[in-house]
Design a protein around this ligand. Structure first.
Ligand SMILES: Cc1cc2nc3c(=O)[nH]c(=O)nc-3n(C[C@H](O)[C@H](O)[C@H](O)COP(=O)(O)OP(=O)(O)OC[C@H]3O[C@@H](n4cnc5c(N)ncnc54)[C@H](O)[C@@H]3O)c2cc1C
Length: 453
């Protein structure tokens, strides 16, 4: 008889895990609290505007993504970003300045001062540091590249990816590939040259050169298509309450369905629930695990989706959007120019934008009343973008606990989770708080974590 495995959660981590396992011939059941697949990946078409409340795009960093998309028959709906979307802006002194993407534009840019440019040239001569797990990305960048690079490139980039605080994120845990350039090659510039050759051998793409993708009806199309493939294996509207050991070395998953408690016995349980939920589910098995999982911080983030008549926007929408450094002192982190990146996001004479508010840098912003906060953000956004009219569509979603932060000391949580898995054979803790938060990382890890089953 094939091994029985329960997967907890039908976000992209749970669905792709289950998909690979079904292919290997295991008997799989996914238990999901909501009535739809996708977790953080939520897409809706409202009045002809496509709203992605969670991820707006993914990066094709591994061939596994295309493999999954092809196998769930979604290739016809997969779309890639327009070439102009590689242009990203940074707000500096009220103006949007393109982030230089090659040595020539770096020399010409007014994003960095001349002394900051000379400082960058010293990078290959800066010695290695000791312990990247306890070094923040801010300390790392400051040491290797100088403070302007931290303020106007890394600080906004970190809020764009993690909605994070560069002073708190561990460089080695949150940006392992970046840290590796120093650890293995002795510097970022040297490492980038040599790393490109290695990636080519492994058939992988760097995050900088990987293609940005989405789907005609938004990011949720992917979990929807995987779920359609696994349809008989998913129980929706079922909230997992607890996982207990049985006398014959199996695992009992207790969940609530239609107001009744039910249970199922399995040889293995793979959790892809957020850390703060997993901490409750496994609380009967290990007190210390609870502490570790609860220590992983998920800051609040509000997504504000706006649609306008194109004729109300004075500036050209020739890029991905813009990010705001902490020094910019605005009430939002940045804006994605959604309808300029992918086709079919809204009618041709309209434009759509996705703004992000809050994050680890400014969680206290939500002490302000929501309508007041949105009013301030709108006025700041209109000034930056030279917009004269009012939005014709406003949608928002508050993520109270948005994205797990791989902060300083995260390695202790990671080590403890590994010990817990060794002690409790058959239990696997997966999801975006391990091995990377991006959609691509979740897909890659879903395959990695099941290799020892
Ligand atoms: C606002 C936002 C923007 C983002 N932007 C991007 C982006 O542009 N690009 C990118 O690559 N990544 C982005 N990310 C990150 C990425 O979307 C997530 O890391 C990824 O989707 C997480 O997938 P997951 O399956 O690990 O977790 P989740 O999507 O959180 O899935 C967990 C699932 O578990 C279920 N669940 C919870 N509790 C229970 C319970 N008790 N019982 C049963 N089920 C339960 C939930 O309902 C959910 O379906 C973004 C994330 C957010 C929040």
């Amino acid at each position: 008889m094939s091994k029985k495995i329960i997967v907890l959660g039908a976000g992209i981590s749970g669905l792709s895990t289950a998909y690979w396992l079904v292919k290997k011939g295991y008997d799989i059941t996914i238990i999901e609290e909501k009535n739809e697949p996708g977790g953080s990946m939520i897409s809706r078409r409202i009045n002809n505007f496509l709203v992605d409340y969670g991820p707006n795009s993914g990066l094709e960093t591994t061939p596994l993504i295309r493999k999954l998309v092809d196998e769930v028959q979604l290739s016809n709906e997969m779309i890639y970003a327009n070439s102009s979307a590689s242009k990203r802006y940074i707000l500096k002194n009220g103006a949007l300045i393109p982030l230089p993407m090659n040595p020539f534009s770096f020399i010409k840019t007014n994003l960095f001062s001349t002394s900051a440019k000379f400082r960058l040239m010293a990078e290959p001569f800066i010695p290695k540091s000791d312990d990247g797990y306890y070094q923040s990305i801010a300390q790392f960048v400051m040491r290797r590249l100088g403070n302007e690079f931290l303020d106007y490139a890394i600080d906004p980039f970190v809020s764009g990816v993690f909605a994070g605080d560069p002073e708190k994120l561990s460089v080695k845990s949150a940006f392992p590939k970046l840290y590796r350039l120093e650890e293995v090659y002795g510097g970022l510039i040297k490492g980038m040259i040599k790393g490109a050759k290695e990636r080519k051998q492994r058939n992988e793409e760097s995050k900088q050169s990987a293609k940005m993708f989405s789907f005609i009806e938004g990011m949720q199309s992917l979990p929807n298509a995987i779920a359609a493939n696994l349809k008989d294996n998913i129980i929706f509207n079922a909230k997992v309450l607890n996982v207990l050991g049985t006398n014959d070395h199996q695992w009992k998953v207790i969940f609530e369905l239609d107001g009744k408690q039910e249970s199922v016995i399995a040889d293995s349980v793979i959790s892809t629930l957020p850390a703060y939920i997993a901490s409750k589910i496994f609380s009967e098995l290990d007190d210390k695990l609870v502490e570790h999982l609860n220590s992983i911080y998920y800051p609040p983030v509000m997504v504000l989706y706006l649609g306008y008549k194109k004729s109300d926007i004075q500036r050209e929408l020739d890029g991905f959007g813009f990010l705001i450094p902490s020094k910019g002192k605005k009430h939002f982190l940045g804006a994605i120019w959604s309808s300029s990146i992918f086709p079919n996001r809204c009618p041709d004479d309209k434009a759509a934008f996705t703004l992000f508010i809050g994050g680890a840098r400014s969680p206290q912003i939500f002490n302000m009343e929501k309508s007041k906060l949105i009013k301030i953000v709108l006025s700041e956004f209109h000034e930056i973008m030279k917009i004269e009219g009012e939005p014709i569509i406003i949608e928002s979603k508050m993520w109270e606990k948005a994205i797990p932060q791989y902060n300083l000391g995260y390695i202790e949580h990671e080590n403890y989770i590994e010990q817990f898995e060794k002690k409790n054979k058959g239990i696997v803790l997966s999801g975006n708080y391990r091995g990377g938060i991006s959609v691509g990382d979740c897909i890659k890890n879903s395959e990695l974590r099941i290799q020892d089953l």
